[in-house]
Design a protein around this ligand. Structure first.
Ligand code: 5GP
Length: 207
């Protein structure tokens, strides 16, 4: 069986990456979401084992020590990380696996798994990002400014990504990500079976 693609999606707070990922999952049935481990508190509406595995700092540090994580990062005073075993199992089963993680973790994945496809979701403009963050109406202005500062750093890191997709309209962003995934599947180094078969074909006269 052909191994699936490891896909990493990042983007600044407020860009709507959660919505894009959700819509993407609905349109690609061989795509699975990697559930991260985190030490942050569970939020209303979230489910343990679905949104995250909510674990203690001690357990998280043990996972780091045991090399159980494909990547991890500290973000706003909490740990976040990707358990490696479930990702590898799904890839072996032929699923594409999506990691929705921040930029420090994404760059670690690229180092450890150079074949990973890194996609950065950007807003149509920085002004629009600020407008979306303020439009939510649930975040204090000082926090919005802090998120915009963080977004600056994130956009700088995005130059190391493979693709940048602008989330103007969700459906179009999803179309573009699906196009990227199709192109990745068609890469010559992922088509070894069909090329090998052609090479090994013994040409003989048709008698
Ligand atoms: P939130 O607390 O709002 O769910 O997530 C905060 C940030 O952590 C988001 O940018 C999210 O993409 C990122 N994140 C979620 N899971 C992981 C993970 O496993 N590793 C890393 N490096 N970042 C993560």
């Amino acid at each position: 069986m052909k191994k699936g693609n490891l896909i990493v999606i990042s983007g600044p707070s407020g860009v709507g990456k959660g919505t894009v990922v959700k819509a993407l999952m609905q349109r690609h049935d061989k795509l699975r979401f990697s559930v991260s481990a985190t030490t942050r508190a569970i939020r209303p509406g979230e489910v343990d084992g679905v949104n995250y595995y909510y674990i203690t700092k001690e357990r998280f540090e043990q996972m780091i020590a045991n090399d159980e994580l494909l990547e991890h990062a500290r973000y706003v005073d909490n740990y976040y990380g990707t358990p490696a075993a479930p990702v590898d199992r799904l890839l072996e089963e032929g699923y594409d696996v999506i990691l929705e993680i921040e930029v420090q973790g994404a760059l670690q994945v690229k180092q450890r798994r150079p074949e990973a496809v890194l996609i950065f979701i950007a807003a149509p403009s920085f002004d629009e990002l600020a407008r979306r963050l303020r439009g939510r109406g649930d975040t204090a202005e000082d926090q919005i400014l802090q998120r915009l500062e963080t977004a600056h750093t994130e956009y700088s890191a995005a130059t190391s990504y493979d693709y940048v997709v602008v989330n103007d309209y969700v459906d179009e962003a999803v179309d573009e990500i699906l196009a990227i995934l199709t192109a990745e599947r068609l890469k010559a180094n992922k088509q070894t079976q069909i090329l090998k078969e052609a090479n090994e074909y013994a040409v003989s006269p048709n008698v």
